[in-house]
Design a protein around this ligand. Structure first.
Ligand SMILES: NC(=O)c1ccc[n+]([C@@H]2O[C@H](COP(=O)([O-])OP(=O)(O)OC[C@H]3O[C@@H](n4cnc5c(N)ncnc54)[C@H](OP(=O)(O)O)[C@@H]3O)[C@@H](O)[C@H]2O)c1
Length: 220
């Protein structure tokens, strides 16, 4: 399948490597292709088949689109990807609305938290796209390889307005190694308010453990 990854940071690179390895065709979306290719020369030497395009070109390329750009400018990236290029598609939103401007740990951006979220903002901008929020509550090493810890037994939330799109994303998550019993459907896209609000506690646990290789698990 043609998969677009909007974002070229650590998460975008991790997904590109993993998904290319699973046999998908990948295009990484970025602001400026040539400077990004120069910056990612080492990644490209290890992943020569991964394509690069602008956010607009990648959005048009993808049958499935994964959004992993910086939260503070994620809305701009969606706008430059273009509503018409994303129409009718499933968009997996992994972004978090974090403000790093005052140092570590970052805080949630007020306009995008509590009574709003990046998941909802994205769905509002893309009324004809099926936005599914998932995987944003953990370190990227676990997103693409959940069995790295506790035999894969830890929680991954999923939310979105379209039931079929969530089923499509669950199958995609299975491909990455997620077991169905680890996937917790929290309902519509407003649940992104809660999952994005996991980040303040996630960041404190990360600070205490000095490692991202942990996750939360729901017991009852
Ligand atoms: N790191 C993790 O393990 C982790 C875990 C959970 C969720 N997340 C979320 O995943 C997302 C990606 O995180 P990351 O650490 O891989 O990378 P990041 O540094 O947060 O984002 C890198 C991407 O953001 C784009 N970007 C930066 N400034 C921009 C601007 N002013 N306008 C438009 N685009 C801009 C960059 O574009 P260029 O390609 O043009 O440089 C690049 O593609 C974030 O929302 C983060 O909260 C990360």
């Amino acid at each position: 399948m043609n998969i677009a990854i909007l974002g070229t940071g650590g998460v975008g690179q991790a997904f590109a490597t993993r998904l290319q390895g699973l046999g998908h065709d990948i295009m990484l979306g970025t602001r400026e292709v040539q400077s990004t290719k120069t910056r990612l020369a080492d990644f490209i030497s290890k992943n020569p088949e991964v394509k690069f395009g602008t956010f607009t070109e990648a959005a048009a390329f993808g049958e499935l689109v994964i959004h992993v750009s910086k939260g503070a400018t994620a809305v701009e990236v969606i706008k430059s990807a273009g509503e018409k290029n994303l129409r009718g598609k499933v968009l997996i939103d992994i972004t978090n609305p974090l403000d790093f401007s005052k140092g570590m740990p970052p805080s949630l951006i007020p306009e995008l938290s509590n009574t709003n979220s990046l998941g909802e903002e994205t769905q509002r901008l893309l009324p004809n796209t099926k936005v599914v929020k998932t995987l944003n509550t953990m370190w990227n090493g676990l997103m693409i390889n959940p069995s790295l810890i506790n035999n894969g037994d830890h929680v991954n939330y999923i939310c979105g307005n379209d039931a079929d799109a969530k089923n499509t994303v669950k199958k995609f998550l299975n491909e990455l190694g997620w077991k169905n019993e680890s996937l917790l459907d929290l309902g519509d896209i407003t649940a992104a308010r809660a999952t994005e609000a996991t980040l303040p506690i996630w960041l404190r646990v990360y600070g205490a453990k000095q490692s991202g290789a942990f996750n939360f698990k729901i017991v009852s």
